[in-house]
Design a protein around this ligand. Structure first.
Ligand code: HEM
Length: 387
């Protein structure tokens, strides 16, 4: 029985709207507090023979100042029997802001040197947000990922290949724009994210960066996309579920898709809501799934069919957020984590009409995809080897 069916039988929603975005504002989550910063790491770390040792450290640290734990500390204290820990960005919940830092390196860069810099991400976070002082407002949950060529060059090993092909369909393209290093960091204070990017970029080896883009995102109307639709209704919500979907068990690594979408506000403002609801397959005010929906609606493309509560063959952990300005460009920075790139392949193919029935996704009528690629976010232990 699938998790969706189980959830229906138990009569509670598998995924509550908004909740991944901003528990603090929505008052729907368990009591928020500083300890939220350590939950994603704790669950992985407390399994197996390392329980006692880790527990003692956790107790000591938390009772002294209730300080979020460094993932590196936890990774180093669990025993070999524990599943490998993943980086903090991978399945943790959302915060008020995120930054997406996309770096392209020059061809003659010393890749090992560049990898050594970003593998120390936690050190930069500690610089920007002092571990002895930080709280829920300025703690940062982050992770770093690598493009396939870069990761191969630095000797990284993956169990699945993750090459992102250029896709094209009747409603638009999904260009493959590549990249070498990607950082995803989440924080309630956006200036901390800006500071983090400043520190990382300052430490990159001289002359190594060909180009980079840092996109700062925000929670819009309690978790809506800029089109007005609630985004995240069917996203895995519970930590355990998110971890199971996002993390490769053997390595603690995660495969990640990033895509920048620019919304067409002209279309969003002028097209009737009923029409747009047909494109998405859910209503705008409450994200109620339409009983009758088109095969080209976004929900039908993603789940594989038009039935109500259709069981999807693949799941991903979406952490996308709105970004941008009205005067220039704005839209959705799409980012999702999965234990295998296969999950994204299915969805992207079905969006551009390259699989099964050949239909493409009506969501592409209100937004244009301009960049995209896949990354591998190594597990904490794998990342440490790059230092
Ligand atoms: C402009 C780009 C996009 C927008 C505005 C958008 C918006 C939405 C909205 C409003 C929903 C319905 C509510 C929800 O369950 O979250 C949704 C669902 C979903 N989207 Fe997207 N999306 C975009 C791109 C993508 C891409 C590129 C993927 C996959 C690679 C994707 C995967 C999904 C999945 C898996 C669901 C859940 C479907 C279900 O189980 O009902 N979306 N999206």
């Amino acid at each position: 029985m699938s998790s969706r069916q189980v959830s229906r039988l138990l009569k509670f929603p598998l995924c509550r709207p908004h909740i991944n975005r901003n528990p603090r504002l929505l008052h729907t989550n368990a009591a928020p507090g500083r300890s939220q910063g350590v939950r994603p790491l704790l669950i992985g770390a407390l399994v197996g023979a390392g329980v006692y040792c880790t527990h003692k450290i956790v107790q000591k640290r938390r009772s002294s100042a209730d300080i979020p734990l460094s993932p590196w500390l936890l990774a180093n204290t669990v025993s070999a029997a524990s599943p490998p820990a993943s980086q903090p960005s991978v399945w943790s919940q959302g915060k008020d802001h995120a930054v997406y830092l996309w770096i392209h390196l020059n061809p003659d860069t010393n890749v090992r040197e560049a990898a050594r810099v970003v593998a120390k991400l936690q050190t930069y976070i500690d610089k920007v947000s002092d571990p002895s002082l930080r709280d829920e407002e300025d703690e940062i949950w982050a992770g770093v990922g690598f493009g396939p060529n870069f990761y191969k060059q630095v000797g990284g090993k993956v169990t699945k290949s993750f090459c992102y092909p250029h896709r094209k369909g009747p409603l638009g393209e999904m260009p493959s724009t590549g990249g070498d290093i990607f950082i995803h960091a989440k924080c309630n204070t956006v200036s901390k994210l800006f500071e983090l990017v400043q520190v990382v970029m300052k430490n990159m080896p001289a002359g190594s960066v060909k180009s980079f883009e840092d996109v700062y995102s925000f929670v819009y109307r309690n978790g809506r996309d800029l089109s007005g639709f609630i985004d995240g209704t069917e996203n895995p919500a519970d930590d355990e579920h998110r971890q199971a979907v996002a993390v490769e068990k053997e390595t603690g690594g995660s495969y990640v898709i990033t895509q920048k979408w620019i919304h067409n506000h002209q279309v969003i403002n002028c097209e009737k809501d009923k029409v747009q609801e047909g494109w998405v397959g859910r209503d705008k005010p409450d994200s109620i799934e339409l009983k009758r929906k088109s095969i080209s609606s976004h929900v039908a493309r993603m789940t594989g069919g038009t039935a109500l509560n259709q069981d999807a063959p693949f799941e991903i952990v979406r952490q996308s957020m709105p970004y941008g300005t009205l005067s220039k460009e704005s839209g959705l920075f799409f980012i999702a984590y999965a234990a295998s790139p296969e999950n994204f392949e299915y969805m992207l193919d079905r969006m551009v009409g390259a699989r099964d029935d050949g239909h493409s996704d009506d969501i592409m009528r209100l937004s244009k995809n301009v960049t995209g690629t896949y990354w591998y976010f190594p597990g904490v232990a794998e990342l440490k080897k790059l230092e």
